[in-house]
Design a protein around this ligand. Structure first.
Ligand SMILES: Cc1ncc(COP(=O)(O)O)c(C=O)c1O
Length: 303
């Protein structure tokens, strides 16, 4: 990775990376009062121009999180958008950019303290998943997915990733690339940082939005694009054993992008290689995010 972040944004100001500050007694740390977005800006291979993929949808989702978390006086979507678009060129990237936007409670206080609310943006390099070409070897976790009546997965709260870390660390200790998680109903939910699609008999299946998933921007994108490509997509419940009999499967998310699954619990998915539908969708997604197609120009914000 050739470039390094030199600047960040804190409360609307661009500051040197090393000048970012948060007090150890801020509620963001004492009670994890923080919501965030992972967003990507892609470099066009010919022009070198950058565009941010589905920025509006990410900003809308963080505002939903801010509302549910009851943060006081949050930044506006326009302020956060400006911060992101100004920060990227300041860092002089020479490759794709991963952006993390956070809104958090900066002050000390009690469990009911709602402000003052601060916000930060960093723009850093991020490598592709090792499974991007070969496919991921996943295991079904023995941890249960968090649920809407205790730690709502719909909110992209930093605290939710306490549970995801347990899942990911277990998967690593067990020798997998990553994991899939069953919810409290015993149905497949998602991974610790990405959503799931399974392909059976030419149809795409994905856990429905009541399956304790994050309402993923990439999942919504894949559903729309797959339908435009002529595939049938069903939002439904998925059993663990459907993972074993699927023809193909893949994970999707802003950070993960679109990554085929090669095996689950050491059973091959299909023939254990990225399948034709996952590969076609992966190529389409790549063209859409990078802007090498004119389709869905409304999803790309020029930097
Ligand atoms: C738990 C979880 N599910 C799904 C996703 C994918 O969401 P999106 O496509 O909005 O990045 C993420 C990514 O951040 C995630 O952390």
């Amino acid at each position: 990775m050739a470039w390094q972040a030199k600047f960040m944004v804190q409360n609307g100001r661009i500051i040197p990376w090393e000048d970012g500050r948060i007090h150890p007694h801020a509620l963001a740390i004492t009670y994890a009062a923080s919501v965030f977005e992972g967003i990507r800006a892609y470099r066009h291979p010919q022009t070198g121009a950058y565009s941010v993929f589905r920025l509006k949808e990410h900003l809308e989702r963080i505002m939903q999180g801010v509302k549910i978390m009851r943060f006081e006086n949050p930044p506006t979507m326009a302020e956060m958008e400006r911060g992101i678009l100004d920060l990227i060129p300041k860092n002089e990237p020479d490759d794709d950019v991963y952006i993390r936007l956070q809104v958090l409670v900066e002050g000390p206080g009690t469990q009911v303290t709602r402000g003052p609310t601060g916000w930060t943006v960093v723009a850093i390099p991020r490598e592709r998943s090792p499974g991007f070409s070969r496919g991921l070897n996943l295991g079904v976790s023995s941890w249960t997915r968090i649920s809407d009546n205790s730690m709502p997965p719909r909110v992209k709260a930093a605290a939710n990733y306490h549970a995801s870390r347990f899942v990911s660390m277990q998967a690593k200790a067990d020798g997998y690339d990553g994991a899939l998680i069953l919810n409290s109903q015993g149905k497949v939910s998602e991974g610790p940082g990405a959503c799931l699609f399974v392909i059976r008999d030419g149809r795409l299946l994905t856990p429905h939005r009541g399956s304790d998933i994050l309402e993923s921007v990439t999942r919504t994108t894949v559903i729309q694009v797959a339908r435009e490509m002529g595939y049938t997509v069903e939002e439904t419940t998925i059993d663990r054993t459907e993972l074993y009999v699927a023809d193909e499967a893949f994970m999707c998310g802003t950070g993960q992008e679109l990554v085929p699954i090669a095996s689950v619990d050491r059973l091959p998915v299909g023939d254990g290689k990225p399948g034709p539908i996952a590969s076609a969708l992966q190529a389409k997604y790549e063209a859409l995010v990078r802007g090498t197609t004119n389709e869905h120009a409304e999803w790309r914000t020029a930097v």
